[in-house]
Design a protein around this ligand. Structure first.
Ligand code: 5GP
Ligand code: MG
Ligand code: MG
Length: 181
């Protein structure tokens, strides 16, 4: 079972759901007349996006992108490549980029630049988690769920070796999980 691998919980399922409801309300107010294109970054943003859009009772469209940064499992390297692109035309659209976490900021910097290059009317960022100590490039989210310290977190979309994404809360793994890998 997943539970026994978790050392500590940062944000519980209830805390997450309450925060998502507030974010959904705030974002809806800004976008109610804009028919935004909500773009989820696969795979980590899926649980968050799924809860967030159901807390947004406005007209919207959804699409997904999959990007990968080269490098190992726990440190992101900086280079970004597109594994799956949008199937929607971006020109003239108000884009809401939905991410699981901003760490170095490189992934979102790359995506914001790309969407602006494709002539989006506007691009804003919603991230469930912000890890400010990890920042390498100048990038700030417009809406943030919670801040986390400079530790490797899992759950609510965030993986370790593709595992733990379905954990309904956010926490840190026991050290032996890495030692046994
Ligand atoms: P950035 O380009 O901002 O450095 O990287 C963001 C991506 O790195 C996230 O979408 C996520 O996939 C991964 N990442 C950064 N920090 C963590 C973390 O603490 N836990 C997990 N599971 N992934 C992380
Ligand atoms: Mg991500
Ligand atoms: Mg990952």
């Amino acid at each position: 079972m997943l539970e026994k691998d978790i050392e500590k919980t940062f944000y519980s399922e209830q805390q997450i759901q309450e925060r998502v409801a507030v974010l959904g309300e705030e974002i809806s107010r800004e976008y109610q007349d804009k028919f935004p294109l909500v773009v989820g970054i696969l795979k980590g943003a899926v649980p968050f996006l799924s809860d967030l859009v159901r807390a947004m009772p406005i007209h919207m469209e959804m699409d997904f992108m999959d990007v990968s940064s080269y490098g190992n499992a726990t440190v992101s390297s900086g280079e970004v490549r597109i594994l799956k692109d949008l199937s929607t035309v971006v020109e003239g659209r108000h884009i809401i980029l939905v991410e699981d976490i901003i760490d170095s900021g490189r992934t979102l910097k790359y995506l914001v630049d790309l969407l602006k290059h494709r002539k989006a009317a506007s691009v804003k960022i919603v991230t469930m988690l912000d890890k400010p100590e990890g920042r390498v490039v100048d990038m700030a989210a417009d809406y943030v769920g919670f801040e986390v310290p400079n530790e490797f977190v899992v759950g609510y979309g965030l993986d370790y070796a593709e595992d733990y994404r379905n954990l309904p809360y956010i926490g840190v793994l026991k050290p032996e999980i890495y030692e046994n890998a």
